[in-house]
Design a protein. Sequence first.
Length: 352
Amino acid sequence: MPQYNGAMFKPRYAITHAVLNRLTQIARAQEVIQHAHLVPKWEVSLRREAIIRQAHASTSIEGNPLSLEQVSDLAQGRAVMATRRARREVLNYLKTLEHLHELSPGEGIAETQVLTIHKRLTKETLDNPKYVGAYRKLQVVVANRLTREVIFRPPEAKEVPHLMKEFLSWLNAKKTSTLNPVLVAGIVHYEFVRIHPFVDGNGRTARTLATLILYKRGFDTKRFFALDDYYDSDRPAYYAALNSVKPKTLDLTAWLEYFTEGVAVSVEQVREKVIALSRDRRKRAQTGQVALTERQMRIVEFLHDRGRLTNKELRAMLKVSRQAALKELAKLVRLEVIQPQGRGRSLFYVLA
């Protein structure tokens, strides 16, 4: 493992034909998704499905026993028979993904925000609470759970603060902002796992950071993609791809070929779903896409979960006046997103 020497982190990789072809494939599929006709309740469903699948996959990779159905039940507030730690790991991941847009305001990602992400992901799950949201101060190894064979030995603990500083300097540099966001996410995923800054939860944090970068850089603003699904579908291939990077050269080419393939598969799956949902060309021609504000999306998500919404409930949710709530509801009625039911004091709203 190379020692820290104070030099700026500079990833090494080549843009092979495989990487280039996948980036082209990703761009084409993304174009279809961005311009497809989707009514808000479809967007909510796709986002919820992605969050649930990602929470299941990312925790499953690290040994969480909950099934996809159990994770879905937890997301809907239902009781699940499992250990407290298993439930907490999944709930932490779900909550972190649901509030992804709040994790890192502004353009860059600060060290304090990385620590916050780890704290949210590992809350009440680590044996020693002092390791939550804090860099490790001891040497750790990654070993096979069955054979106890050491698979990977990360840098020494004393190097972690320096390595993270240089890593984040590269990530927030102006030059990095010009790179394809998929490549940046792939590099971040690997380098974070290599540094291994925490005692536990490094994989989850790395995958969350990769997802956050794709969101912040405009690649997955609607959060439709569940990238971790691809890794979980063939864990040996995932670990083999991580181990393909040789410690002496740190050449990321093979890893980026694998990573871009995973993104391409995920984006293609979303593209197929979007096409299936938007086949009504007459409706698309008449109405086009319905763009909603974050506040309006919260209303749609509430209706998706609860089935109905009153003015009083909306006032409590948004902390606004009766008049402001009526204004928001009227906008959504005009957009044919929701429709009123009942009259007077019995008036409520449902999805159209």
